[in-house]
Design a protein. Structure first.
Length: 138
């Protein structure tokens, strides 16, 4: 009789564990999708800034406004993203935004382009690091 009772309890526990694991996987998928879309949007904005810097008709005011818009977009989502990603990595991306903005102010566009590339690389690195995959699990 004890064996029958423990068998029922084990079934309930197994169902509960499967439910919890499923909920974790679904929540991870949703949050990862959100983060990927957001990072793609930031990368696209950085690509636009980079193409403006590469053109011959460069206006510092426009570039400063574009970088400020990117920073504001980043700051709006920062608290949500910080729940899933290491704060150190997010701080490094923010430092890249500051460096890009500073280089634009002094009109050092070549260095700004380098910093934009570093920032895009960091975004890709963060995205790849936090993906639920067998490489990251083991």
């Amino acid at each position: 009789m004890i064996f029958i009772i423990s068998k029922r309890i084990m079934k309930k526990e197994i169902i509960l564990v499967i439910f919890i694991i499923s909920a974790i996987v679904v929540a991870n998928f949703v949050s990862q999708n959100y983060i990927n879309n957001f990072f793609n949007s930031i990368s696209e904005d950085l690509n636009n800034v980079e193409s403006k810097m590469s053109s011959n008709d460069v206006k510092t005011e426009d570039l400063e406004k574009d970088i400020e818009d990117i920073k504001n977009k980043w700051n709006d989502k920062h608290d949500y993203i910080a729940c899933f990603i290491e704060h150190d990595l997010l701080d490094k991306v923010e430092m890249q935004f500051v460096t890009i903005g500073t280089n634009i102010k002094v009109e050092d566009y070549n260095r700004s382009i380098d910093e934009v590339e570093k920032c895009k690389f960091m975004l890709e690195l963060i995205r790849d690091k936090d993906v639920l995959s067998t490489i990251n699990i083991f």
